[in-house]
Structure formats: structure tokens, C-alpha cells
Design a protein around this ligand. Sequence first.
Ligand SMILES: Cc1cc2nc3c(=O)[nH]c(=O)nc-3n(C[C@H](O)[C@H](O)[C@H](O)COP(=O)(O)OP(=O)(O)OC[C@H]3O[C@@H](n4cnc5c(N)ncnc54)[C@H](O)[C@@H]3O)c2cc1C
Length: 399
Amino acid sequence: MRRLAVVGAGIVGLAVARQLLRANPAASVVLVERENTVGSHQSGHNSGVIHSGLYYAPGSLKAELCVSGGRLLKSYCEERSIPVETCGKVVVAVDDSELPRLQKLFERGVSNGVPGLRLVEGSALSELEPHVVGLRAIHSPSTAVVDFSAVTRALAEEVAASGQLWLGTEVMSVLPRSDGLVRLELAGGHAGYFDCDFAIVCAGLQSDRLALRSGADAEPRIVPFRGSYYRLRPAARHLVRGLVYPVPDPRYPFLGIHLTRTVHDEVLVGPNAFLGFSRDDYARSAFAWRDVRDTLMWPGFPRFARSNWRAGVREISHAMSRRGFASAVRRYVPELTADDLEPAVAGIRAQAMLRDGSLVDDFWLDSRASILDVRNAPSPAATASLAIADHICKRAGLS
Ligand SMILES: Cc1cc2nc3c(=O)[nH]c(=O)nc-3n(C[C@H](O)[C@H](O)[C@H](O)COP(=O)(O)OP(=O)(O)OC[C@H]3O[C@@H](n4cnc5c(N)ncnc54)[C@H](O)[C@@H]3O)c2cc1C
């Protein structure tokens, strides 16, 4: 019997394990996760948006897999009775300087095949979002929200039903053996070795470290970018109907502080994007020396810091204060005040950086022998997860 292994029970690893089981019913599939629950990191700490595919460079994996993955995810949620709200989204330009970027974004979305996109202004914008002001906006009616934790739990049920889910077990290395098999060295619950025919590594914030321990290329390095959220107090929730975003800065893969109505009928404000001082501690004051050292020692980091210090200063003001968050959002929802915000959760993004200091824009998959390493799967990888799984299994010859 063929033995297949997946590392990491975030939404990507779970979707991959499920796809392996569906496509290879005679194989034995083991999913190994170091935490005691599934979806403990990025997949359980995000905005919950099923992105439509507006932002990504045409022809990129992100563009292709976000559009197809969003469709797959919506039908999966329907099948599994997971609530999805297709509340739509507006991306709002508030001054003239943003109009050319808004137009470019619109054209990108159209060429990516995002359904129903249109440009709106004046009364059409007010009809969609009565409390939002702006010169012009893109309306994406197919953008939706979901609870990605509920999706990861549903995927985990399927994986546990026909495969094996080993929680509380850390994979220390994933090494090709001379006979063509792959050896996983394990610590924790299932400590020891596990030999398999093929391994797919979806380790999120730890993907670079595990790759390095497994003899793979040191590039790219994961740099954690923390994203904090506030939520609107109940009395202010009426100010937003769906999702409201600013025009993003094209130099960064982050979307700017936005307003997201969740499936639990809260409105989140954020996330900002600031260098994380820990890869897996969500406390505001979290500081892990090893994580900070790994970022600082990466040759690309000083270059990144030199060319982005202005954005860093701006993000510090957002990171440090409720007022900073409020002023970012007041540009397009002027009725909002700092008193309307209360602190909420935070997430930590696994963003890959190259040696030259540039941030990897697209998803990045590396193959070596019978191993496939996912080296960059930031947003919209939750949206795209089912399509990423299909893509990975095809690429590995396991579809
Ligand atoms: C603040 C924020 C907002 C976001 N908003 C959105 C959004 O609205 N829409 C969207 O589509 N995407 C969004 N994203 C991105 C999305 O959450 C991620 O792209 C997606 O969750 C990545 O899934 P993953 O499985 O690759 O990683 P993760 O969910 O981080 O899972 C990786 C898993 O690997 C495990 N692991 C690591 N090392 C080992 C090891 N050695 N052995 C065993 N297990 C290991 C970890 O414990 C973890 O469970 C957001 C992300 C953040 C942080």
C-alpha cells in the first residue's frame, strides 16, 4: 500500500490530505500536526474573507487558484452546511491620487475573471454602503465571508474518517532516503520515524525552518508579519453592511486596514501589518528572541527595512493605538471614532522574503525527490485552499 504524508494541519495541509484521500483511495494518508488542535495558526487567526481574486497579478498562481478555489470553497461549505455570507465588498478611492490605482485594480480583477465587478460612484456607492464616502469604488458582489476555523474542522473530520491525523506530533525533518522513500523524523505523541512514498509539507510559519532542517534551500525565509484587529462596538456596527477596503499600496502584499463583517455578525477593523516579534505567540507583548534573530539575520531583511522604513513608521502608529486604527478607517467611514473600537484578536502572517529583501508575491511550491514543500502560502491561501490542494496533488502526480 502507498504511504503518503502531509505535514501541518492548517487549512492547506488539511485540504491536501483530503484531496490525497479522494484521489488515492487505496493509499494510507497520515497528516502530522505539532499542535493539539487543527487550524491553530494562520488558518484560525484571519479575516474570514473568501476573496474574489481582484488583487493578484494575472497569470499568477494566486490569481488562478483564488478564483477557482473560491468557487470550490463555497460549494464545499454548502455541502457541509457551513454558513457563508456573500455580502460583497467595496474598495474605495478617497482622493484623486488613488484613482489610477483603483482603475488598474479593476482591470486586474476583470482579467482574472472575477464575476460581477463594476466601478461605482456617488449615489451607487451610497446605496451599497450609506456611511462610506469616496470618489469612486470597485464593487465586488461575489466576495463572501466564512469562519475558516469551521472549514478546517470539517476538513479534519474527513481526514480523520479515512486517513490518520496525528496531533501533538512535531516533524523534525523530512529527508529523502537512498531507496526513494521519504523519512519523517517525529517528536512528541508519535515520536520516532515514519517512512512514506511521498511527503507534502504545509508548515506555514515554520516552513523555512523545517525545510532548512531537511536539507532544502534556505531561500525563501519566512518573516512573520503580525496583524492586529479591533472590533466595532455593537452600537457602531450599522456603519458597515459588507466589506469595505481602502485602495492597497501596490508595493506590499497587504490590503490596508479594512472593515470586515463576519459570519458571527461582528465587524472587524484591521488587520494592520507590522513585523512580528514572535511566530506563534498572539499576545500583544509577545517577544521570542529566536524568531526576532531569524528575521534580523536574514540577508534580505536590512534591505527590506531600509526601503520600507516609512511604511514601518506608519504601521507603528496603527500598531500602537486605537486612534491610529480609527484614523486609517475614518478616511472612508468618517463617522467612526476611536471610541467605537474595542481590542480583538491578532493573526501572524507567514510571508516569504528573498535574499534581496523583496517579499515573495505569489504562492511558492518547491519539489525535491518525493517531497513537495509549500514555501509561501499567505493570503488568499485560505480562500484558495481546495484549489491549491488539487494543484499540488497534480504536480506531485498524485491526483
Ligand atoms: C491576519 C491574517 C488575515 C488573513 N485573512 C485572510 C482572509 O481573509 N482570506 C484568506 O483567504 N486568507 C487570509 N489569510 C491567509 C490565510 O489565513 C493563510 O494563507 C492560510 O491559513 C495558510 O494556511 P496554512 O495551512 O498554509 O498555514 P497554517 O494555518 O499556519 O498551518 C500550518 C500548520 O503547520 C503546523 N506545523 C508547523 N511546523 C510543523 C512541524 N514541524 N511539524 C508538524 N506541524 C507543523 C502548524 O502548527 C500549523 O498548524 C490571513 C492571514 C492572516 C495571518
